[in-house]
Write a protein of this length. Structure first.
Length: 452
């Protein structure tokens, strides 16, 4: 049997293992020492620390950034103590001089915080109430004010709201812009900062988020879009229900109703139903795209209007409809622009959607009002019923200057290689902006394209 001796192979192996362990321990100690003493730079504290007491706006030495734990290790001024800070609470600046310059610029708002006065107040990606919402505040939630920002004013109807856009930081690290009209600003030096994190997570209401994030338009709009018959006199970007969560002013705007009411918060009554506290508004989300809004009219009676969320933006739909009408007018003008008839005079389509019609006496006053002038505007506002769409190119309205009550004169029209045919439409032929039928005794005017 072989016996190992102290200086043999086994002894050397044991010595080697002890040496490796010693080196590893020494290395760990050095790493730990360098990690705690090696200065990365300086940062600016954005959200105050309670224990130990460090006010926001303080410049702090930074030693470690841990992306695993999402913390900074920073030094406490005037001590040798080091503490951990959540990453969002501090802006890493760099040198001590740069950090001091940053702190000087931050002085005005260093200790300024704000309390949210209404539930659902949004924080937006940009200082504009049409910008993307990145966060929804709870009533009573505290945010840190970082700076005043330049942006488009928040509106209540057609009037700008008093206040300013503020760059803010939430108590869980979200940054963005919030309009100050529904914020109560206060100074930490005068008032303690109440924690708003104690609000339970069950307050989250995805359906409320959905309701506040969508643009709600009159129910009629969906029918107009589905039928592809956009009546621009009824389809407007100004009509709809606007919760006003930037301003705390909810608004219903309709052709025959303009109602604004302030509210202090949005209270959930049951799943998908909310009351706008301090107002008569109550909203019920019937589906992801249908919202019923109840309100009190001037006599105190309860009324309900239904609104829809469209797949496309209303402004885009309006723009597309205007382009469609312009294309139809351009086709009329490009065929002419001058058309002549032996009995009914000369019709000219001018630039910018205008027309002139000389010699139309035979159509006055039976079709064209006697008071009407000889010039006006062409409006491609009419749509053909399916039964007529294969028989005519389209229909248009002529709005003569001087016509009583802004009345239009409406015609079916057919474009031909060498001219155009018009067929007069009495009011009885129309259902809104849709031509449903021909006249019982049609008046047809044949025009020839004038040689240029």
């Amino acid at each position: 049997m072989h016996n190992s001796k102290p200086g043999g192979i086994d002894g050397m192996a044991a010595h080697g293992r002890r040496r490796i362990a010693l080196l590893a321990a020494l290395s760990a100690a050095l790493i730990s020492l360098s990690s705690c003493s090696g200065l990365m730079g300086y940062g600016l504290l954005l959200w105050s620390v309670d224990e130990p007491r460090i006010p926001s706006g303080t410049v702090l030495p930074v030693y470690i950034r841990s992306n695993i734990d999402n913390v900074w290790v920073v030094g406490v001024p005037g001590t040798k103590q080091k503490i951990e800070l959540e990453l969002w609470k501090l802006d890493m600046v760099g040198s001590k001089r740069k950090a001091a310059e940053r702190a000087k610029r931050f002085t005005e708002y260093a200790t300024v915080y704000a309390e949210t006065l209404t539930d659902g107040l949004p924080i937006r990606e940009e200082p504009d109430n049409l910008a993307k919402r990145v966060y929804r505040l709870r009533q009573g939630q505290i945010v840190k004010v970082l700076a005043k920002a330049k942006g488009n004013p928040a509106m209540a109807g057609d009037s700008p709201l008093p206040g300013d856009w503020m760059s803010v930081l939430t108590d869980d690290g979200t940054r963005g812009y919030c309009f100050s009209y529904r914020l109560r600003l206060f100074d930490q030096a005068d008032e303690a900062i109440a924690s708003s994190k104690d609000e339970s997570a069950e307050q989250a209401d995805p359906k409320l988020d959905l309701m506040l994030s969508r643009t709600w338009r009159p129910e009629l709009y969906k029918e107009l879009v589905d039928k592809r018959r956009i009546d621009l006199e009824r389809f407007s970007v100004k009509y709809g229900f606007f919760p006003g969560h930037d301003s705390g002013v909810a608004k219903i705007s309709m052709p025959d109703l303009d109602l604004e009411q302030s509210y202090s918060g949005i209270k959930k009554l049951r799943d998908g139903v909310w009351r706008f506290e301090g107002s008569s508004f109550q909203a019920t989300l019937r589906s992801d795209s249908v919202l019923a809004v109840q309100y009190s009219d001037s006599g105190g009676a309860q009324r309900t209007l239904v609104f829809v969320a469209l797949a496309a933006d209303a402004a885009d739909i309006v723009a597309q409809e205007k382009d469609r009408r312009q294309a139809l007018f351009d086709a009329l003008r490009s065929l002419g622009p001058t058309f002549r008839s032996e009995n009914y005079g000369t019709l000219v389509f001018t630039t910018e959607g205008g027309f002139s019609w000389l010699g139309s006496d035979l159509l006055r006053p039976t079709s064209i009002p006697a008071e009407a002038g000889t010039t006006g505007r062409v409006e491609m506002r009419l749509f053909l019923d399916d039964a007529l769409s294969s028989l005519y190119t389209g229909a248009f309205s002529l709005r003569f200057e001087g016509a009583p009550d802004g009345r239009t004169v409406d015609f079916l029209y057919t474009l031909e290689p060498n001219g155009m045919r018009l067929e007069y439409l009495p009011r009885s032929s129309l259902d809104g902006t849709t031509v449903k039928r021909r006249a019982a005794s049609p008046i047809v005017v044949a025009f020839a394209k004038a040689e240029q």
